[in-house]
Design a protein around this ligand. Structure first.
Ligand code: UDP
Length: 323
């Protein structure tokens, strides 16, 4: 073993029992980290980390990160705790605002006390319903500060501000990742997001519910690409925000058609009202990530949907058994 591999680095992942957080844990363990997960399981699930139960370098603490805690020596804090689907954060609006304010302060304090590096999981929602397309990191966004999505958007924007302040005032070695729509295994089948929703409907032969006219766009990143981007950003020295998302843009109607094709379903498409403030378009400009991190996604939507199909099939079956 070389000197590097014998050094035990310890990472705290808040929200590590969530969809993306749990994949990040796998990535960090793969890089030799010891991983501590803090999660209050509001939207996360123990099932996402069940496979790590006997891993000696893994520890789970059921905890609301808004409360202070002595984590012991840490080398890196990944602050990924927050409800993230529009349905979840609407249902848990106050918790979303709390975790994106008090929680972020606590996570930054944990990093500061340990001299640890810090990464804030931010979001393309910082751009709101963007008037600039595609979105570069320098765009300040078009966010409704009092609309239904504001509990999430403003919490994340505030978290970015606190993160930059800890960097500027306390010299904490921080990073900010702006995550665009990400999908893959371990997504909750009923979290309301478009891909799990369409999968649920297609696999049950129900009509796919396209909101609005289906011409609004999103750009979907497969989870392994997203984690690769996170790990690369973690190793970089970049403190300003970096977009990590797949720049291939689809209308929601095209997304529905791809899910129907992947599942081989005979489901039809029906149209339902568009939720308030639903962004009309979203696509990351990833020039910065390419330049700084040598990162770009590799998995196309049709491939990622295929890779996710087993998970969604199982999730539908489990859910149906419960009913
Ligand atoms: N959407 C849809 N049907 C659904 C769920 C979502 O047409 O059953 C649309 C939603 O209105 C939005 C897009 O799909 O335009 C992505 O929604 P999602 O909730 O996945 O996340 P968002 O990108 O809006 O945060």
């Amino acid at each position: 073993m070389d000197a590097q591999s014998t050094v035990k680095r310890r990472a705290l992942v808040t929200g590590g029992a969530g969809f993306l957080g749990s994949h990040l844990c796998d990535g960090l363990l793969g890089e030799g980290y010891s991983v501590v997960v803090a999660d209050n399981l509001v939207t996360g699930s123990l099932a996402n980390i069940e496979h790590l139960r006997n891993e000696a370098r893994f520890e789970f603490i059921e905890k609301d990160i808004c409360q202070p805690h002595d984590w012991g020596k840490l080398d890196f804090v990944f602050n990924f705790a927050s409800p993230a689907s529009p349905v979840d954060y609407s249902e848990h609006g106050i918790e979303t605002l709390r975790v994106g304010s008090y929680g972020t302060f606590e996570a930054l304090e944990a990093a500061r006390k340990s001299g640890a590096k810090f990464m804030m999981a931010s979001t393309s929602e910082c751009y709101g319903d963007p008037l600039m397309h595609p979105q570069t990191e320098s765009y300040w966004g078009n966010v409704n500060p009092v609309g239904p999505r504001s509990v999430y958007d403003e919490a994340k924007r505030f978290s970015e501000a606190v993160t930059m302040a800890y960097h500027r005032y306390y010299r904490v070695d921080t990073r900010i990742i702006r995550i665009f729509n990400t999908y893959g295994p371990r997504m909750k089948i009923r979290d309301g997001r478009v891909i799990p929703n369409f999968m649920w409907q297609a696999l049950r032969g129900e009509s796919l519910t396209v909101y609005g006219d289906g011409r609004q766009t999103r750009s979907f990143c497969y989870v392994s690409d997203e984690v690769d981007g996170i790990l690369r950003l973690a190793k970089s020295g970049e403190h300003e925000p970096v977009n990590i998302g797949n720049p291939s843009e689809f209308t929601i109607l095209e997304c529905a058609q791809q899910v129907i094709a992947t599942t081989g379903s005979r489901s039809k498409i029906v149209y339902e009202p568009l939720p308030q403030d639903d962004p009309k378009q979203r696509r990351p400009d990833i020039s910065k990530a390419k330049r700084l991190l040598g990162w770009e996604p590799r998995v196309a939507l049709h491939e990622g949907l295929k890779l996710s199909l087993d998970h969604f099939r199982r999730a539908v079956a489990e859910r149906e058994q419960l009913a």
